[in-house]
Design a protein. Structure first.
Lengths: 133, 124
């Protein structure tokens, strides 16, 4: 009797194992073109990284533009040759470049200060409130 | 001696598809293969997008060169390069944006990127 029960139950268990895998993990969909570092990210960490990279990239581009404006302003100053209008123009370019880069690097100070006044941390936006739970 | 339930029923042939993706032996395999096919399509579209972006960028740069200080032509070329760049970032971000949308709607980690698993799960 026991063997008959066993012989009836065993195939059923096997069938159940095949049809309903207990722990099943297929490799998720990814983008095979991207590098392994990028592929290891999930959606949230990718967006965090993208924001960070955009800010850093903006600062780098700003520094380059500042550098070239300073260069062009300096050359205009040199070649103005006492011409009143040209000297004014060169001076304006130089002061604008300096003001611009000071403002650019003050951005974090301004944001932190504003956040402090408003009683919140603007650099640490909590996106978990977006999540539908 | 074999009992009735122990009899293995042999259909005579092992059915299989063609090539690597035809060699599926279990439902888990099938789900994995399904995911792989989607991944490969995404990869293919990314490749096409990168190649296309290269041409958009180069033709845009060429338009800037040949604009010769003409305001309208310069701005058109600039717009072309900018939209191309935004598109490239969007293509690369696509998979991650889907994952982010899944995170917002309360899917588990990476669940929305696993359609093969859904098919397994809707089985009775």
């Amino acid at each position: 009797m026991n063997t008959i029960t066993n012989s009836l139950v065993q195939p059923l268990i096997k069938l159940h194992d095949i049809l309903v895998p207990e722990v099943y993990a297929a490799a998720p969909v990814n983008n095979p073109i991207l590098g392994p570092n990028l592929q290891a990210l999930n959606g949230v960490s990718f967006i965090q990284g993208l924001v960070k990279v955009s800010v850093t990239g903006g600062l780098i581009v700003g520094v380059l533009v500042f550098f070239f404006n300073l260069l062009v302003g300096g050359i205009t100053y040199i070649s103005s040759g006492g011409d009143k209008g040209k000297t004014e123009m060169a001076r304006g370019k130089l002061t604008n470049a300096v003001i611009g880069i000071v403002v650019m690097f003050l951005i974090f100070a301004v944001v932190i200060l504003t956040g402090d006044i408003l009683g919140t941390d603007l650099l640490l936006i909590d996106i978990t409130v977006l999540q539908v739970k | 001696m074999n009992y009735l339930a122990q009899r293995s029923i042999n259909s005579g042939v092992n059915m299989s598809g063609i090539g690597n993706i035809g060699n599926i032996t279990s439902p888990a395999d099938a789900a994995s293969t399904f995911n792989q096919i989607i991944s490969t399509s995404i990869g293919l579209m990314t490749v096409i997008a990168i190649i296309w972006f290269t041409f958009v960028f180069l033709t845009g740069a060429y338009s800037i060169m040949s604009s010769g200080g003409e305001k309208g032509a310069y701005e058109t070329a600039q717009k072309k390069i900018r939209t191309g760049l935004i598109g490239l970032v969007a293509v690369i971000a696509g998979v991650f944006l889907l994952d982010f949308a899944g995170w917002i709607f309360g899917f588990g980690a990476g669940d929305i990127l696993n359609p093969g698993n859904w098919i397994i799960n809707i089985g009775i």
